[in-house]
Design a protein around this ligand. Structure first.
Ligand SMILES: Cc1cc2nc3c(=O)[nH]c(=O)nc-3n(C[C@H](O)[C@H](O)[C@H](O)COP(=O)(O)OP(=O)(O)OC[C@H]3O[C@@H](n4cnc5c(N)ncnc54)[C@H](O)[C@@H]3O)c2cc1C
Length: 272
């Protein structure tokens, strides 16, 4: 349970962080709240030679409002996201989901950026970002780029980030509708065995899936007026048939698929 040895630096700017990451030649790792990275290091699944603590870089820990979207800084803690009036007013699903993550200690230390960059399929907030069609803002030595959340996750604990890049923000469209989040867990502080997030805006239903495959996932459904719950459930069932949820001591892959249907149907009836 002791990590291999590493250096630790606290850059004051993004440019400084990029050059440290470049010099580390792929061996450096960004450190945010450390709640996912440090356990991996203790198990020696991750052995970075240097940790680049981005907590002192200005501008990464605030929520800002623009005409069409709000932007959540990558270093915002889950608690900040859950309590932010800007998030609650403009993207209530994301605030609601942030409040369901782990316990108070996890929510105050863990960050939204860390939760996404870790690439864990069990990330609740990633499910919410799929349902809300979030766009990720990524910065690197050559400038900024934006990426739809659905293009970000490329494999189990793997993302589309280059080793020298840093996620700086998450853009959420200011589109209000109805939402719900259903999470199956053993205790209220636990990770989801399975969870489903829904965000209904006009005639589109955004769906986020948690722990139903090797990566966080989601899709959207166009809703026609005539469509009833049974028809939507049928569509969900068709999509769920192609999913490959993990099997572990908390449930088999098949159990997760069945429970996903149950949660989807429950979430549809609980839209607020
Ligand atoms: C006991 C426990 C219970 C939990 N329960 C839940 C739960 O119920 N639901 C849930 O969704 N999650 C849960 N979590 C996970 C928790 O939400 C994450 O561990 C946390 O959000 C990760 O964020 P962090 O800031 O600690 O990231 P770190 O651990 O610092 O980083 C994680 C990874 O992301 C990279 N990284 C971090 N920030 C950036 C960035 N801005 N740019 C580029 N790369 C970056 C790091 O290099 C590392 O690879 C739980 C964790 C624990 C320990």
């Amino acid at each position: 349970m002791i990590p291999s040895s590493f250096d630790y630096v606290v850059p004051q700017s993004l440019q400084e962080a990029f050059s440290i990451l470049r010099e580390s030649d792929g061996e450096g790792k960004v450190l945010a709240g450390g709640h996912s990275l440090i356990p991996l290091m203790k198990l020696r699944f991750a052995r970075p030679s240097i940790l680049v603590d981005i907590s002192k870089i200005e501008g990464l820990s605030k929520v800002e409002e623009n005409d069409d979207f709000i932007e959540i800084g990558a270093m915002c803690s889950h608690a900040l996201v859950a309590y932010s009036n800007l998030v609650k007013e403009n993207s209530p699903l994301v605030a609601h989901v942030a409040a369901q993550i782990g316990d108070a200690a996890i929510r105050h230390r863990g960050t939204i950026g860390g939760s996404i960059c870790h690439g864990d399929p069990a990330s609740d907030i990633a499910g919410a970002l799929f349902a809300t069609s979030a766009v990720l803002v990524i910065a690197g030595p050559n400038g900024k780029r934006e990426m739809k959340v659905e293009d970000f996750f490329v494999g189990f604990l793997e993302t589309a980030l280059d080793p020298e890049e840093i996620l700086i923000g998450i853009k959420l469209p200011k589109k209000l509708g109805r939402y719900s989040f259903e999470k199956l867990q053993r205790r209220s502080i636990d990770w989801a065995i399975v969870a489903v997030a829904l965000n209904k805006v006009e005639d589109t239903l955004g769906v986020g899936l948690v722990n139903l495959g090797p990566t966080p996932a989601g899709f959207s459904l166009s809703l026609s007026r005539s469509e009833d719950t049974a028809a939507l459930l049928e569509k969900f069932r068709d999509i769920a048939a192609g999913l490959t949820p993990p099997s572990d001591i908390f449930g088999s892959s098949q159990y997760r698929k069945v429970m996903a249907e149950v949660l989807f149907s429950r979430a549809l009836s609980n839209l607020v």
